[in-house]
Structure formats: structure tokens, C-alpha cells
Design a protein around this ligand. Structure first.
Ligand code: ADP
Ligand code: MG
Length: 346
């Protein structure tokens, strides 16, 4: 040991513990964007605008027209383990993206954050937090909804700042996060702008309100849509809907795989393994299928409280989800192949 001398145990203060939590919740600018966009969606917004500068390192601003936060709760929104999304008793019936009450205080502990909000029938108020230090609410001007502005992310944690990649790479990661989440909210208009140069900036991604198929086209492109088959399968209470590309439209990298469980974008080894299994007869091992699939099951069948970033889930019976993906996709692909060959024969 370098230093094995015993020292007194002490309780960490709020800023220290928030900074530690931030290590898991906000890994990079894209994770801050994800949390803020999730909050805007949870607030029932119909239009959300995200502006970022320098790959999100100097500025992330998310503007929504959701239900807002009253003045009396603004400071609470920035304290740890404070949430409006857990309905009293348990972690079973989670229907929102958020539930841990960690994102805002975590970001506030490692950046300069300004939260402005207005609920219907009230005035607009804002609070600021700088490296964990909270200001008292002051009146501001805002028509409605909420604006969260994050400047100088990780200025308070230089160790993390060093791990950030180029502005270009961070912007790319932000764009992916926005597109992924936007797939689960087709009825919300979502725009991402790069305002690095100042002014209106450059539109990176923009999707109007529409149906799921239109949103999928906006994110994955017309080509995907034209080369994909619609999926509708069900097995013992779990349903799978969405689109899966024909094997001929496969990719060299797994970039176009969008998987959702009860509306939440997830990265899951069981599910990606199942995808591979489903396409095994149709694709060589170095090719990756392009899919956009939504799994829906009763909330008690899946635990979403696995990791602070909330991108992992645990199925009570993983074999069920796996089986549904493998059999549902195999069946649909075989049928499409059969249709294609009979058309040729005609
Ligand atoms: P969580 O989303 O897990 O509840 P957060 O730290 O992300 O935790 O947010 C804390 C609380 O602040 C939320 O529960 C919500 O009540 C409120 N809040 C945050 N962002 C918004 C927003 N854009 N619109 C309305 N309320 C918000
Ligand atoms: Mg949240």
C-alpha cells in the first residue's frame, strides 16, 4: 500500500457525492444531452430544441415546451435523489425515462448549469448552480416550458475533462443519442443544432411530429425503410414491433441497431446476441443486421434500475425475449425470402 494509515471516516458533503455520482451518470457530453432530452420528454413536451457548441463541451442548451417546474421546486430539482417520477411505493411501475433524481444535481456538480422554467399560470423563474453551489431563484423571461443550459461541462472535474474526444467525435455521439431517443418519441418535434460558430448555427438533425414509420425514415433513412420488412410478433405477453432490414442491406458495423424495451433505448447483450442468432442463417459473421425494434412487456417483467445511465435492463426471463426475437425475425425473414423468390419465378 502507498498509504495504509487509518484516517477518520467522514460523510461526504453533497457536492462531493454529486461529483462521484456524476462519474457514472454523465460520462461525456452525449450523456448529459441524453439526460436533459429524457427530462424534456418526461415533461410531456411537443417540441424540443437542443443546441450544442464545441461538441457539447462549452454549451448544451435544451429548450422544451413541457409542463415546467414551479418556483417552489426549482432548487429541489437540483438536489440529489429528488424526483417527481416515482409514485410512492416501488420501482416496478416505471413509465418515465427518469426516476433516480440524479441527472440535474450530477450535471450541476461538474458544470455551470442554469435552469429556467415556467408552469402555466405562473411567472418564469430561474436558478443557477456553479460547481455544486446553488443560487436562490430569480425571475426571468420565458414563455413557457423549461430551458436547461449547461456550460463548461467537467470544468470542475479536470480528470474527466481530459478523457473527452475531439469536438467532432463528441458531436457525433450527441447526434446518435438524440436520434436514438427520438425514435421512441415520434409525436415530439426534435431539433439538434450545432451553434459553435454562434448565431442560429447548423442543423444536425431535425424531425417533425409524425408517426413511428415516418420517424424511422427520418433517423435511419429512406434506404433502410425501402429495404426493411415490418415486424409484428408476440410471445407470452411480450410484443415486438418495428422494422428489420433484409440481409442484403446489412452493415459492416453494428451502427444501425436500435433496440427499445418499453420505449427505453437499451444496449443489451442478450438482445444483440438474439439478433445475431436470428440472422445467422442469412448473414456472414462479419455483417451486422440493421434493425429498429420495440419490445413491449409488462413493467414487472423487466428491471430498468440496473445502472445509473439507465441504458441496461434485466429481464426476469431473458430466454423469453431472446426466443421472441430469434423466432419472430427468422419467420419474417424466411417469409420475405420466400415472397422474393416466388416473385422472381412469376
Ligand atoms: P429524474 O428525471 O430521475 O426525476 P432529474 O435530476 O433528471 O431526475 O430531474 C429532477 C426533477 O426535475 C424531475 O423529476 C422533474 O420533476 C424536474 N425536471 C427536470 N427537467 C425537467 C423539464 N425539462 N421539465 C419539467 N420538469 C423537469
Ligand atoms: Mg431525468
Amino acid at each position: 500500500y502507498i498509504d495504509a494509515e487509518r484516517r477518520v471516516i467522514r460523510q461526504l458533503d453533497a457536492t462531493e457525492s454529486n461529483r462521484i455520482a456524476a462519474g457514472e451518470v454523465v460520462e461525456r457530453p452525449a450523456s448529459a444531452v441524453k439526460e436533459l432530452l429524457e427530462n424534456a420528454l418526461d415533461a410531456g413536451s411537443s417540441r424540443i430544441t437542443i443546441a450544442v457548441a464545441d461538441g457539447g463541451k462549452t454549451l448544451i442548451r435544451v429548450t422544451d415546451d413541457g409542463h415546467g417546474i414551479p418556483q417552489s421546486e426549482l432548487s429541489l430539482a437540483l438536489s440529489r435523489h429528488a424526483t417527481s417520477k416515482l409514485d410512492g411505493d416501488d420501482l416496478v411501475n416505471i413509465r418515465s425515462f427518469g426516476f433516480r433524481g440524479e441527472a440535474l444535481p450530477s450535471i450541476g456538480a461538474v458544470a455551470r448549469l442554469r435552469l429556467s422554467s415556467r408552469v402555466a399560470g405562473d411567472e418564469a423563474w430561474e436558478v443557477a448552480v456553479n460547481g455544486g453551489v446553488l443560487s436562490t431563484p430569480t425571475p426571468c423571461s420565458l414563455r413557457g416550458g423549461t430551458v436547461v443550459e449547461v456550460r463548461d461541462l467537467f470544468y470542475a472535474t479536470p480528470a474527466r475533462l481530459k478523457f473527452l474526444r475531439t469536438d467532432r467525435a463528441e458531436l457525433q455521439a450527441i447526434s446518435e443519442v438524440v436520434k436514438r431517443l427520438s425514435l421512441s418519441a415520434p409525436s415530439v418535434a426534435i431539433t439538434l443544432r450545432d451553434v459553435s460558430g454562434g448565431g442560429e448555427g447548423r442543423v444536425i438533425y431535425s424531425a417533425e411530429r409524425g408517426d413511428p414509420a415516418a420517424r424511422m425514415e427520418a433517423v435511419l433513412g429512406r434506404d433502410f425503410r425501402a429495404n426493411a420488412i415490418e415486424i409484428n410478433a408476440e410471445r407470452q405477453g411480450i410484443t415486438m414491433t418495428g422494422f428489420a432490414a433484409l440481409p442484403t442491406y446489412s452493415r459492416g458495423a453494428a451502427v444501425a441497431q436500435f433496440l427499445f424495451v418499453n420505449g427505453r433505448p437499451v444496449r443489451d447483450k442478450v438482445l444483440t446476441g438474439a439478433l445475431r442468432g436470428a440472422y445467422a442463417d442469412f448473414l456472414s459473421r462479419d455483417r451486422h443486421p440493421a434493425v429498429c425494434l420495440f419490445l413491449t412487456c409488462p413493467p414487472e417483467e423487466v428491471d430498468v434500475n440496473v445502472h445509473p445511465a439507465k441504458t441496461e435492463v434485466r429481464f426476469r426471463e431473458p430466454a423469453l425475449a431472446r426466443g421472441l426475437i430469434v423466432s419472430g425475425l427468422r419467420h419474417a425473414l424466411a417469409e420475405a425470402g420466400h415472397r422474393a423468390s416466388t416473385t422472381v419465378a412469376d
